[in-house]
Design a binder for this molecule. Structure first.
Ligand code: SF4
Ligand code: SF4
Length: 185
């Protein structure tokens, strides 16, 4: 990988992303505790510690194009473990939003999954697995992907045909509306 000095534009973008995420990447001393605890690191191109390193080096575009930001499950383990208080989970979330804004999505399937998941939570107040799979398959033009698992999983009660009903669904919708009002995607 060729390192070049970060340009002014990238520095400004980084400052904006840090402000949006409410954290400072320069606090990180690269101990690796975040990556060691991340349940999704095995599938990432850059584990959380390296995403932070890219940002420290001003390689913001590289971080925005990383598949890791779409693989991150927002579990917050990294932020909880970080001895320097870097909110890595919030940064991952901020990077996802910025990648969407800039159209820098390298893994369209993961982005489609992310969108289908959020649509389900918005509509039903919690994840609706059957709807999520259907939406994701249609968006990624593979309507019958994993269809063979549907029936056995339904028989074992792992997924349901209909979405579960939760109380106060309108409150969840209000949260999504508020996020959109504040400029969220
Ligand atoms: S746990 Fe915190 S200090 Fe350690 S590498 Fe991760 S972000 Fe940096
Ligand atoms: S929030 Fe994302 S990056 Fe952090 S530990 Fe969880 S999956 Fe990994």
């Amino acid at each position: 990988m060729k390192l070049i000095p970060a340009c002014e534009e990238d520095q400004q973008l980084l400052r904006r992303l840090e402000a949006e995420a409410g954290t400072n990447v320069n606090l990180c001393y690269q101990c690796g505790k975040c990556s060691a605890g991340c349940p999704a690191a095995f599938a990432m191109d850059y584990p959380p510690r390296q995403v932070i390193r890219l940002l420290q080096l001003g390689m913001v575009k590289q971080a925005l194009k990383a598949e890791s930001i779409w693989i991150c499950a927002s579990c917050e383990t990294c932020s909880t473990r970080c001895p320097r208080g870097v909110d890595i989970a919030s940064l991952m979330d901020t990077l996802r939003r910025e990648a969407l804004r800039q159209g820098l999505i390298t893994d369209k399937k993961v982005a489609a999954f992310n969108q289908a998941f959020l649509n389900g939570v918005r509509l039903f107040g919690r994840t609706y697995e059957a709807g999520l799979l259907l939406q994701h398959n249609l968006k990624t033009m593979q309507p019958f992907k994993d269809a063979q698992y549907g029936l056995p999983m339904m028989k074992r009660g792992k997924i349901s045909i209909l979405p579960a009903k939760i109380k106060n669904r309108d409150q969840v919708k209000k949260i999504f509306d508020k996020v959109q009002q504040l400029g969220g995607e």
